[in-house]
Design a binder for this molecule. Structure first.
Ligand code: ACO
Length: 327
């Protein structure tokens, strides 16, 4: 028995924030953003839309593709760092919206690697007969924690959600191997300093703009370019699969230059790289599942093909998963 992807889906807000819109907000230019990041536009959730709303849309699409409904779910995992509120979990809010009254539900915080952490967790639950279907969602609304006066970060991020239903099945398709890692020495390279128990919300934290995402971009860049080949190689070695055999590579979409550098280092033809950063920017934990679900909807990823997913992000965290697509 293997853990298979029974269905995938995604949702992005309709509202588009273009580079030229940003030119009117901070001292930046379309030329700078495109040449340094590859991003042309990103999606921004309306004021009254929270993470669970996008998660619900993506989950509905994944459930439909899987041919089941909310009541069939045994577990809901939501990977996010932009939950509806600090507690309770966005997974519980989603569970109620889906009418998934049999399902346990919890959130998982692993930055942009969150979705892969979620898949690995789901796989472990599915090793037990008690769990038949697990919904994994990666959802982010970074626009709610971005400082739109900080040109270093505000051009990079966008909102979205991606979801997959995982279950057990016979045959060769399914999750083949995974590996996860973390390096807490890099906590302050990408973080939101205030609002937790270390620095509770106060007039000072608000005035000091400490409830916004802060990032040391060039350090993250160097870390990513090193971590991607390392974790890709590790997961392929575990599986006994060569890079040549992989059909599609879905890296966390943080910067087109990171994707290009990784492809070069791993000697992978660009045609194998799944890329959507130009249209959505960095959607953190949603970036990998949205890229996969979109490629599946376009029939670019087909059943039986080998898909390598690699993530890196806040924590720092990193991870990779190799899947033979379909059930
Ligand atoms: N427009 C114009 N100029 C800008 C902008 C902007 N939007 N942003 C920064 N600059 C300026 C800087 O101020 C700096 O100017 P200075 O030299 O006068 O000080 C100059 O551009 C160069 O800045 P760098 O930070 O060195 O630029 P770099 O080429 O490294 O690109 C970037 C910055 C795009 C942030 C890059 O480092 C990057 O993509 N890093 C990885 C980010 C990332 O992956 N984050 C998330 C990973 S995890 C997750 O997804 C949650």
């Amino acid at each position: 028995m293997k853990v298979q992807i029974m269905g995938s889906g995604y949702a992005v807000p309709e509202r588009i924030l273009t580079n030229s819109d940003l030119e009117g907000m901070v001292d930046t230019s379309d030329e700078w953003i495109v040449s340094r990041t590859g991003i042309r536009e990103r999606r921004i959730a309306d004021e009254d839309v929270a993470a669970s709303d996008l998660a619900w849309q993506a989950a509905q699409a994944a459930l439909t593709r899987a041919g089941i409904d909310g009541r069939d779910l045994d577990l809901i995992l939501v990977a996010t760092v932009t939950s509806d509120m600090l507690f309770p979990s966005t997974a519980c809010i989603l569970q109620h919206k889906l009418g998934a009254d049999r399902a346990a539900a919890f959130d998982l915080s692993a930055g942009c690697t969150g979705f892969l952490y979620g898949m690995v967790t789901a796989e472990r639950f599915l090793a037990s007969d008690q769990y038949r279907y697990v919904l994994v969602v990666g959802v982010e609304t970074p626009s709610k924690i971005i400082d739109y006066t900080d040109r270093n970060t505000c051009v990079l991020f966008g909102d979205g959600a991606g979801a997959m239903v995982l279950g057990r099945g016979e045959g060769p398709n399914g999750i083949i191997s995974s590996c996860l890692g973390a390096d807490g020495a890099g906590v302050s390279l990408l973080w939101m300093p205030a609002g937790g128990s270390r620095l509770p919300a106060s007039i000072e934290t608000v005035n000091n703009r400490q409830h916004y995402l802060k990032m040391t971009g060039n350090e993250i860049f160097k870390f990513a370019v090193k971590a991607i080949p390392e974790y890709s190689l590790r997961v392929l070695e575990q599986a006994g699969v060569s890079m040549e055999e992989v059909d599609h590579i879905v890296l966390h979409q943080a910067n087109l230059r990171i994707l290009r550098a990784a492809a070069r280092r791993m000697r992978v033809p660009w045609s194998k790289m799944v890329v959507n950063i130009d249209r959505y920017g960095n959607m953190s934990a949603a970036s990998i599942p949205v890229a996969v679900a979109e490629a599946v909807d376009k029939n670019e990823i087909r059943a039986g093909e080998l898909v390598l997913m690699v993530g890196f992000g806040a924590g720092l965290t990193m991870g990779a998963t190799l899947v033979r697509w379909g059930r």
